[in-house]
Each structure stands twice: as C-alpha cells, then as structure tokens.
Write a protein that binds this ligand. Structure first.
Ligand code: NAP
Length: 254
C-alpha cells in the first residue's frame, strides 16, 4: 500500500481502533493527523507514530460535538500539511438506554457518532475532491441489528444513520473521484465498553460471555480493524465505494 506522504486525518486517534490505524498509516510513511480529546493519550500515540518512520504527526485536541473544534481540524490540517488524502471518521461513543429514558440519550449519540461526522466530512470534502481521496467511516454491527443483552438503542440508531450516510455520500462524491466506505466491527478489545459506562469486571464478563457465542469464539483486536481501514483507503480498493465491511468474528450470524 502506498501512503507515502499522504495526509490522513483520523478522529478518535487517542485510543483503540483509531490509535492502531494511526500507527499502521505512520508505518507506511503517511503524515497522520491525530484527533482526540485526551492530550496525554494523543501525545503517546504521536510518539509511537513518529518513532515508526520519523514523520512528526499533527495532534489536534477536539471535542467533536463542538462546531469550532471541528472547523479547527480542517483549518489546522490545511495550514500545516496543505492537503487531505484520507479522512477516517472513527471517533464514537457507546450510548446505552431505553426509549423510556427520553430523547437526550439520542442527542448524545447523534452529536458524536453522526452530526460531527457529517460536519467534519462537509468541511474536508472540498480537499478530498482536490486529491481524489477517500473516506472510511467506522460504524458497527450495531448499525445492522440490535445488540444482544444490552440496550444500545441510541447507539444503534446513530450507527444505522452513519451507514446510510456512507452510501448516500458514495453516490454524491463518486463522480468526483472520492470513494466512501464503512468498516463495521463487532466486539473488539478496546476501552470502548468502559467509556460506555461498564465497570472493568462487567466488561470482562460481557466480553467472555459474548465472544463465546461468536462462531469464531473470540473478540477482534484493534489492529485487525485498522488493517481493513487501511485496505479500504488504499488504491487496492479503487473499485470499492459505498460498501459496508463487517469484521465481527461472525457475531451478526448468531
Ligand atoms: N470496541 C468495539 O467493540 C466496537 C465495536 C463496534 C464499533 N466500534 C466503533 O469503533 C470506533 C472506535 O472505538 P474504539 O473501540 O476504538 O473505542 P475507544 O478506544 O473508546 O476510542 C474511542 C475514541 O473516540 C474518541 N471520542 C469519543 N467521543 C469523542 C468526542 N465527542 N470528541 C472527540 N473524540 C471523541 C475518543 O477520544 P478520547 O479518548 O481522547 O476522549 C477515543 O479516541 C467507534 O466509532 C466505535 O463506535 C467499536
């Protein structure tokens, strides 16, 4: 894969799948733009990326539900690197809750998982059209069916919207040479569930019981999801757009 000198913007690069993707791109000599909220974690990932090929990443602290922070991502990237070749909309938040708990939970899920993606993509699109670049959205199997045993209603809806965004945008931008695809992981070993409100013990129990039901009997690792992101954003995937790629150890089959 040739990402030499390509500029890759990755949201949620301070942790889990986004951090793994950032490192893989950096190993391919890309100029990575690491977006997240936790500065300490961002700096740790930046150091690993720089150590890989000696190219200093740009780190941008951003709360994606704040419009000014989103605008700053594109402004800073263009000021420093002058172009955008790939946008990886990876940041996401797991919001659980019942319909009986009111609409605020939906607002929380949509703010990060859908509205921020829409906003950032709208600002990055003119630059992606110039470079004939591409977009990879990180969705979830939760877009395709309800999650078993946990009521992730707001999260599921936000990710289902994200999948339709991927498909509609692939149609809109296709003739301008921009591809748009989605990676939809199932259970993956990251801090995600803890951030969604589970304790360490609950996560360990949940992961053990859930993964034992998957046909392959295990969770995925961040690096495997990152591999798929890299593939879809590379020229090897030049005929792929509007596609939803599930990586879930068979989770949605059972
Ligand atoms: N892990 C799974 O089982 C799984 C399954 C299916 C789909 N996914 C999807 O995979 C993507 C990555 O998640 P992960 O598993 O790698 O989880 P993670 O380790 O918890 O990482 C989530 C990332 O998103 C960032 N983020 C969240 N809300 C944000 C906001 N409002 N503004 C800015 N950054 C924000 C976090 O930044 P800070 O840490 O800096 O705050 C962090 O870098 C998400 O879209 C998630 O929905 C995960």
């Amino acid at each position: 894969m040739d990402f030499d000198n390509k500029v890759i913007v990755i949201t949620g690069a301070s942790s889990g799948i986004g951090a793994a993707a950032a490192l893989l791109y950096a190993k391919q000599s890309a100029k990575v733009v690491l977006v997240g909220r936790n500065e300490e974690s961002l700096n740790k990932v930046a150091k690993q990326c720089e150590d890989a090929r000696g190219i200093k990443p740009l780190t941008i602290k951003a709360e994606l539900s704040h419009d000014d922070d989103v605008k700053n991502i594109v402004t800073k990237t263009i000021n420093i690197f002058g172009r955008i070749d790939v946008l990886v909309n990876n940041a996401g938040v797991g919001v659980q809750g019942s319909i009986l708990e009111g609409v605020e939970l939906l607002d929380r899920a949509i703010a990060t998982n859908l509205r921020a993606v829409y906003h950032l993509t709208s600002l990055a699109a003119p630059h992606l059209i110039k470079t004939k670049g591409n977009i990879v959205n990180v969705s979830s199997v939760a877009a395709l069916r309800p999650i078993k045993d946990v009521n992730y209603l707001p999260y599921c809806i936000s990710k289902a919207g994200l999948d339709q965004f991927t498909k509609c945008l692939a149609v809109e931008l296709g003739r301008q040479g921009v591809r748009v695809n989605s990676v939809n992981p199932g259970g993956t070993n990251t801090p995600f569930a803890e951030t969604a409100g589970f304790t360490k013990e609950q996560v360990s129990e949940l992961y053990k019981s859930r993964s034992s039901l998957y046909p392959l009997g295990k969770m995925a690792e961040s690096e495997e999801v990152a591999d798929l992101i890299l593939y879809l954003s590379s020229d090897r995937a030049r005929s792929i757009t509007g596609s939803i790629y599930v990586i879930d150890n068979g989770e949605i089959l059972v």
